[in-house]
Design a protein around this ligand. Sequence first.
Ligand code: SF4
Length: 452
Amino acid sequence: MGLLAVYGVPQASTFIYYGLHNLQHRGQEGAGILTFDDKGVPHRHRGQGLLSEVFTNGELDHLRGSLGVGSVKYANASKSGLDNVEPLFFRHCSGDFAIAGEGNIVNSRQVADFLEKRGSLFQTDTDSDLLAHLIKKHGNEDRIERIIKALNMLEGGFTFVILTKNRIYACRDKYGIKPLCIGKLGNGFVVSSESCSLGIMGATLLRDVEPGEIVSLDHHGIRSNRYSRFSRHRMCAMEYIYFARPDSDIDGCNVHAYREEAGRRLFRECPVEADLVVGVPESSLSAAMGFSKESGIPYEMGLVKHKYVGRTFIQPVQSLRELGVKMKLSPVNSIVSGKRIVLVDDSIVRGTTSLKIVRMLREAGATEVHVRIASPMMRFTCRYGVDTSTPEELLCSRRSLEEAREAIGADTLGYLSPESTRDSAFGCADPCQACFTGEYPTLLYEQEVEKN
Ligand code: SF4
């Protein structure tokens, strides 16, 4: 999911719309924007599909007001459908409000049971619905106190933006697993999942929301509250490796710089003799550049990505993923023919893409294909909202390195170590790497995590 909110800027919906375009890579299944106008009247439009498919007929003109929140929805099979497209809107005698969230609450079942036994009726499967009920459970206390108490009942990796008719609350989980930043836009403010959305809006980055922090944005400016004394910095490593855009800065570390450093370390850990380095467009290009610079092996554009085809990884259904892989890449025959290729990719999830690309390069005349992955072997399921599939579907959950190499048809296969994955993140000392190591930063509130 991608979140974007604006406070204190006339026709906020237009800025949110353009900002969300730069977050489209974070979700393609649905999009929505909600604003409050100057009289405190809410206006919302949402739908399923890409942002450009949802906002087609001048809907932005009806989303009046100088504050609003928008989101693009990530494909998650258990939470699909229009009802789950955010922002969600809630009416209440103490004041209407909207919520958009990202990530996953790992104790959501327990909290939902607790609330349902006290009369709550949920209309969606979202964590935002859960948070709204928790906030309202705490009756007549100050709103910030209610939000603090509500967040303290939740465990997981998440960010939320709560919008009232005169204020924005930007909340980040106490482990800092999900990214969220604040920018300055004119006389107002922006909250965004990634800083890459700020430039297109004419905004500048102020800072990241800290783990366990609630930032309030209103006519007082920026105010900060902590909802928990416990906080750690366990930013999701996959944001740096794959998910975020290279032009984003997260927790003081530029994503492109991270990937280039990871590529350099990858060569040092898994050297190989070859004629060309080829990156899998587009999230692997920075790592491929780093690999090339460190090894001295020339970098070439041996694969071309077709525009306008969605990321295979975040398509909700396997049949769509398969189709996406076939449609999205082509080899450049004249470049790869007769060459020993080092194919650098950011990660291998199911192996579907890797197998097809290796085959594609061989059919285009490559004499050898050596695959180098700029992250460790992905062996565990993410519990914090990244749909990395079940352990059965993951290529490496039950395969050795040699078996994985054989499965994707490469001549050799090498992965970056967890240590180098950590050390490539200059700004974040100890990122979450649970999908590689099985060491989850939070309690899971579920059955024992399966370890190999
Ligand atoms: S388990 Fe993996 S994908 Fe999930 S938050 Fe941790 S590093 Fe990110």
